[in-house]
Design a binder for this molecule. Structure first.
Ligand code: KIV
Ligand code: ZN
Length: 546
């Protein structure tokens, strides 16, 4: 892309995003998210950290093969990137994974801040410079497209950074990414860091400068925009801003800031913003990380107007209180209310408006679910439909399937649940259990059948719409108790840690939603043990005909 005002979007949802506590994704889910990101127009997909585990390598390889050769809205396949620490063995693994993409990239990094060099790396600055030179050239021996990041650049000495970056350019780096690894800088500082790099690094005019910010002080988007204003032309982002600790810069915020305030920034992107809502939901459902209701752009309340004075203004002219149209991020305002008497065609049209172009088989299943819901709920809103469809499409492979559930609870007796599950062998299992509450009883009954020791780390319920008959969405996060087959290496610390698994379920009955969420997380854990193979792709839906 030769336009000097074009900003490349480097999406790291599948790498830095997946480092969020609890965000473990199966390789089938990663593939599905990668496809959605390619359709959204992300220029670069950081598909993972291949040295983390053989599973991670395989996940990146699959994305390189399948998405790295898929033509996106720009007319080219996205670049597929693999992260590697500055070691030959990490770089070998990254190349093994990304080489199958039409446009592969290796991204290697080494810390440059005094605190990281002294305490983490235990290396002198001179040794760091040598290692950068050596490892960037090593990556270059495999691949023309090499990105280098001086980790913790936000707390690094500026003169030292100019030197390291200059050496990386000489060794063949084509993109220099400047991370504020610990989310420490202010927008003014980060903007002047980028301006200083642009002005003082030898050879900088021949490479792309990139920004990568963390949100520890809630400044990631502001810092990213300051970096772009100072001359960076690649933004590293994640969907919903997920990532280590407080997360990364959120894709949707930067895209919509550049789009809504185009005259202020004068920058262009190749992102189709109408797909943002759908990708956001997919990431939330697959990772089991809910989006906070007041989250900019993708939160449930981002386009809701509650105060009477605001509603009155909106009715007179939408621009009184709305700086973006909801349609711009893929939220359609429905003029059509669906209910009990709506037919399959009306459902199909509404789903297509929402961006879901289902196969006949998927529509058949969606219609059955829709009718079941319409029996319980008088009017079905877009939010209900989106929850319903997400529950149908975004599920891991079902090792155990929930076939029935009955609960007795209240003030008079002990909460008791009976569950009926179909197992991987096709047999039916019925179990009852008593718990401290109905959800506890259901989970105990499921545990007795599934028999996979685990610790429940998080359980959250939210209502999709208002009203007593609303759909409830439940997300859970758990980890296996023994951790076998579920450990991976963290790129930053090099430590091995246990994976956690998220699950999601939606239903008008929150106990059923809770059971579905738990089972979906347990199914992921079971698949990760390797005993049940890789999950198949649950559904491949095309968006708006693409
Ligand atoms: O935050 C960070 O420093 C990173 C690097 C690997 C780019 O994620
Ligand atoms: Zn990061």
């Amino acid at each position: 892309m030769n336009d000097p005002n074009f900003v490349r979007f480097f999406d790291t949802t599948l790498r830095d995003g997946e480092q969020s506590p609890g965000a473990t994704l199966t390789s089938a889910e990663k593939l599905e998210i990668a496809r959605a990101l390619a359709r959204l127009g992300a220029d670069v997909l950081e598909a993972g950290f291949p040295a983390a585990s053989p599973d991670d390598l395989e996940g990146v390889r699959r994305i390189a093969v399948e998405v790295g050769n898929m033509v996106g809205p720009s007319g080219k396949p996205p670049i597929i990137c693999g992260l590697a620490r500055a070691t030959t063995s990490d770089i070998d693994k990254a190349w093994q994974a990304v080489q199958f993409a039409a446009r592969p990239r290796i991204h290697t990094f080494l810390a440059t801040s005094p605190i990281h060099m002294k305490h983490k790396l235990r290396m002198d600055p001179e040794e760091v410079v040598d290692k950068v030179r050596e490892m960037v050239s090593y990556a270059k021996s495999y691949c023309d497209d090499v990105e280098f990041s001086p980790e913790d650049a936000g707390r690094s000495d500026h003169e030292f950074l100019y030197l390291v970056l200059g050496e990386a350019i000489k060794a063949g780096a084509t993109t220099l990414n400047i991370p504020d690894t610990v989310g420490y800088t202010t927008p003014e500082e980060f903007g002047s860091l980028i301006a200083g790099i642009m002005a003082n690094t030898p050879g900088i005019e021949n490479v792309i400068v990139s920004v990568h910010c963390h949100d520890d002080l809630g400044l990631a988007t502001a810092n990213t925009l300051a970096g772009l204003a100072a001359g960076a032309r690649q933004a590293e982002v994640t969907v919903n801003g997920i990532g280590e600790r407080a997360g990364n810069t959120s894709l949707e915020e930067v895209v919509m800031a550049l789009q809504t305030r185009r005259p202020a920034y004068g920058l262009e992107t190749g992102i189709d913003s109408t797909q943002i809502t759908r990708v956001s939901r997919m990431v939330s459902n697959y990772t089991g990380i809910p989006v906070q209701p007041n989250k900019a752009i993708v939160g449930a309340n981002a386009f809701a107007h509650e105060a009477g004075i605001h509603q009155d203004g909106m009715l007179k002219h939408h621009m009184t209180y709305e700086i973006m149209r909801p349609e711009m991020v893929g939220l359609q305002r429905s003029s059509l209310v669906l209910g009990k008497h709506s037919g399959r065609h009306a459902l199909k049209v509404r789903l297509a408006d929402l961006g879901y172009d289902l196969t006949d088989e998927e529509l058949k299943e969606a219609f059955i679910r829709f009718k079941e819901l319409a029996d319980k709920k008088k009017t079905i809103t877009d939010a209900d439909l989106t929850a319903l469809i997400a529950d149908q499409l975004y599920q891991p492979r079902e090792v155990f399937i929930l076939n029935g559930l009955q609960v007795a609870c209240g003030t008079m007796g002990m909460p008791t649940a009976t569950v009926r599950l179909t197992g991987p062998d096709g047999a039916e299992y019925v179990q009852a259990a008593v718990g401290t509450g109905p959800v506890d009883a259901v989970y105990k009954a499921i545990d007795t059948v599934v028999e996979v020791p685990n610790v429940l780390l998080e359980f959250a319920v939210r209502s999709v719409t208002e009203g007593i008959d609303a759909i409830g969405e439940v997300t859970v996060r758990l980890e296996g108790e023994n951790g076998s087959g579920m450990r991976r290496t963290s790129p930053q610390s090099g430590l091995r840690h246990t994976r956690t698994f998220g699950g999601h379920g939606a239903d008008t009955d929150i106990i059923v939603a809770s059971a579905k969420a738990y089972l979906s997380a347990l199914n992921k854990l079971l698949v990760a043990t390797g005993e049940y193979g890789e999950p198949e792709i649950v559904a491949e839906v095309s968006i708006n005909g693409k």
